[in-house]
Write a protein that binds this ligand. Structure first.
Ligand SMILES: *Cc1c(COP(=O)(O)O)cnc(C)c1O
Length: 489
């Protein structure tokens, strides 16, 4: 299978090239030239397999320059300690818990696997330099990337986070990271300063050349990399197989898929699964107060020129949803000139309006809704009281939007709700939602949530309290280059 860019057709790429490059040279995103299809029998056969086998089976159809055995060795290593757990919650809704990985967020599904895919890609393309991953993070991505790449031979990884801009737990998740090939830097300023600083490093030709001489190749663990998206397709097939095998639906029955959404990666993976044969009726795209996607789905206009809100679901505080470009390409009959038109308008005017055909297709398949913080907290409390189920703020946004959808449409189709983070990752918000006192200290919050719910915090989070912080360097944005150069010496 070959890959193309959403912005042009100059040439095609192998999956290894797409994963190694991350972004196409014309600024577009990679997509398969043709999507594979899975028959119902093939989906049914997944039910008898382990999660690692399911993932390798799905991935083998997309990443055709890797063998099934190779992919299986990767998935067995990446998913040795966790999988995607489907829990029935009500008559219609089942929760797909995607947060049982080492960093307690769904990003582990992609970032535990990406290092294997990337080092495999480098071997296939004949590259012999060490991969140097640079990532700016507002919290979750940095830790998931560090954990995935720690001590992976042939790689180094540096993460930049805004000094004081993360929760103490998020900071300690990063600064206590083990591994000889990792570095973590606090950057003076906010997330944008860190992000802009990393972009500057990537586009610094002098730095790239001098690092190339010393045997390093820049790469990114950004969520637009096909190597991050493909692993997410697998868990939607897996969830469907579990739902049908449990008898809650008949094989072939359609389901809805409800995803709390930020950069549009996770919900796009669900859409791609349906393009490949997974029976899906509607996609529920759930946003917080940064409701740019809700408005797109309701009106056909994407308008990023609006106030940015800092919410209780911070991993969805995004106004530019990068992966949306892939959906636009598919909705536009794979015409890259239409995509270029939208993307040019977005960078020039901060907005664009879909043509009528694409808008009809979008609104037929997607329902857009949003929940602000008050609605999110209400949902956490209500679901905990009524179902005894504790959810994090992001998942609660998804649940709230499901209720809006069910009320608006009366649709009774069985629905899979993607749960993207462990509630103990956001203890102050969850405590507040439950009406409990919120102590000032992060670890006191963790213990208060344990006391209030009678549950144990995940060991990986609780253990942070007594761990040594390895990385304490704070750098000015202008000093990031020097920090990297010194670290590599
Ligand atoms: C990253 C993240 C999201 C958003 O996922 P996208 O793929 O960017 O839409 C939602 N919830 C949590 C907890 C996350 O970490």
């Amino acid at each position: 299978m070959q890959y193309i860019s959403t912005r042009g057709f100059e040439r095609t790429y192998t999956s290894a090239e797409a994963i190694q490059q991350g972004l196409a040279p014309d600024g577009g995103l990679f997509l398969p030239q043709e999507l594979p299809t899975f028959s119902l029998d093939e989906i049914r056969a997944l039910a008898g397999l382990s999660y690692a086998q399911r993932a390798a089976t799905i991935l083998a159809r997309f990443l055709t320059d890797y063998s099934y055995e190779e992919l299986l060795s990767y998935t067995q290593a990446a998913y040795a300690t966790f999988d995607a757990t489907l829990k029935p919650l009500t008559d219609t809704v089942s929760v797909l818990e995607l947060y049982h990985g080492p960093t307690c967020a769904f990003k582990d599904f992609a970032l535990q696997l990406l290092p294997y895919l990337l080092t495999g890609a480098v071997q296939k393309t004949g590259e012999d330099r060490t991969i140097l991953i640079l990532t700016a993070t507002s919290g979750d991505t940095g830790k998931a990337a560090l954990d995935g790449f720690a001590d992976v031979p042939g790689t180094r990884i540096a993460v930049f986070y805004p000094n004081g801009g993360t929760s103490a737990i998020q900071r300690m998740q990063m600064t206590t990271q083990a591994g000889a090939n990792v570095a973590v830097f606090a950057v003076e300023g906010n997330f944008d300063d860190a992000q802009t600083g990393v972009k500057r490093l990537f586009s610094d030709a002098q730095l790239r050349d001098s690092l190339a001489e010393r045997g390093f190749l820049f790469s990114s663990a950004n969520s637009i990399n096909w190597g991050r998206l493909a692993p997410q397709i697998a868990y939607y097939f897996s969830a469907y197989a579990d739902l049908a095998a449990s008898g809650r639906i008949q094989w072939g029955d359609p389901v809805n898929i409800d995803v709390p959404t930020g950069n549009f990666g996770n919900i796009l993976a669900a859409y791609l699964a349906s393009c490949c044969g997974l029976p899906v009726h509607r996609f529920l795209c759930a946003s917080n107060s940064n409701r740019v996607l809700t408005d797109l789905i309701r009106t056909g206009t994407y308008d990023a020129g609006r106030p940015f809100y800092t919410t209780a679901s911070p991993s969805m505080d995004i106004l530019i949803s990068s992966n949306l470009e892939r959906l636009l390409y598919l909705l536009s009959d794979r015409d890259p000139s239409i995509v270029r038109g939208y993307m040019d308008a977005l960078s020039k005017d901060g907005k664009y309006t879909l043509d009528p055909k694409a808008f009809v297709r979008l609104s037929e398949r997607f329902f857009g809704g949003f929940a602000d913080d008050a609605m999110t907290f209400d949902t956490i409390r209500k679901v905990y009281q009524e179902q005894g189920y504790l959810m994090d703020t992001h998942t609660a946004v998804g649940w709230n939007v499901y209720e809006q959808y069910a009320a608006a449409t009366g649709d009774q189709t069985p629905t899979i709700l993607a749960s993207t983070a462990d509630p103990f990752k956001f203890p102050s918000s969850v405590l507040k939602a439950l009406g409990a006192d919120v102590p000032a200290d992060d670890f006191a919050q963790l213990h208060a949530l344990e006391a209030c719910t009678g549950r144990r915090a995940p060991a990986a989070l609780a253990a942070l309290e007594t761990k040594e912080e390895r990385f304490k360097t704070v750098v000015a944005p202008a000093a990031m280059k020097e920090a990297i150069t010194n670290w590599l010496n």
